[in-house]
Design a protein around this ligand. Structure first.
Ligand SMILES: [Ca+2]
Ligand SMILES: [Ca+2]
Length: 241
């Protein structure tokens, strides 16, 4: 009986052990595979969310830049329409109050050293500009020295060219409108000027204070087609006597 009991007990134990040995290896690998699957799915989802977030961020940045570009274009178009509605009108740039005083000059003229200067608010051909200055008992400005050139450079609008009192009556023969000897004064031609560039149509026989792209202390001269409409600067020497 003892042997039988022992055998039964032994058999039950073996069965239990057998169940442990056989059930566990079957269950654990299955659980591991499911966990790995979950980890992979979670990882893929996290990666997908990261890519989605980055894509949305980049798109928002692009849309923001496009909105800024469109806004800039609209402002440019608006400015062009205003200019086109009256091409002969010209807006004078704001004057620097530290440099500009009216002094003894009339209203809308500015005083520098012993002279008064007038910036036009309209664009005209060189001859019409000179005629308008004469009607004000003045002439288109004759630029005698660097101080005057730098003063004019400081009051005019960037990227705009202004008629001055310089004219080429015969090719190569430049003269000042007030009769001053051109050869006796310093010359401040811009680089590559005078180039008589528009030779086929009218030639370039009238002098300008040349427009610039960048802000620079000193503006130089350009020869241009006299029939072009440009703003201009009149000059009147002020006599204290
Ligand atoms: Ca010329
Ligand atoms: Ca030129």
């Amino acid at each position: 009986m003892e042997s039988i009991t022992y055998d039964r007990f032994s058999s039950a134990s073996e069965i239990a052990q057998d169940e442990i040995n056989h059930t566990a290896p079957k269950f654990l690998p299955e659980l591991g595979r499911q966990n790995r699957k979950m980890y992979i799915i979670s990882g893929v989802l996290a990666l997908y969310m990261l890519i989605l977030t980055m894509a949305v961020g980049i798109k928002l940045s692009q849309v923001s830049q496009e909105v800024a570009d469109v806004t800039f274009s609209l402002k440019t178009i608006e400015s062009s329409i205003k200019e086109a509605s009256n091409p002969l009108q010209f807006e004078i740039p704001p004057l620097n109050p530290e440099l500009i005083v009216q002094g003894p000059c009339e209203e809308n003229w500015v005083f520098f050293k012993d002279s008064c200067y007038f910036q036009s608010t309209i664009k005209q051909s060189w001859q019409s500009a000179e005629n308008n200055c004469i009607r004000k008992n003045a002439h288109l400005v004759v630029v005698n020295n660097l101080d005057e050139l730098d003063f004019l450079s400081s009051i005019v609008k960037l990227q705009v060219s202004y008629w001055i009192g310089l004219v080429e009556k015969e090719e190569g023969q430049w003269s000042w409108v007030d009769g001053m000897d051109f050869k006796a004064t310093e010359h401040y031609w811009d680089e590559g000027q005078p180039d008589n560039w528009d030779v086929i149509v009218n030639g370039e026989d009238c002098g300008q204070l040349h427009g610039r792209i960048r802000v620079e202390k000193r503006r130089h001269w350009n020869d241009a087609d006299c029939t072009l409409s440009c703003p201009y600067i009149c000059h009147l020497q002020f006599s204290l006597g």
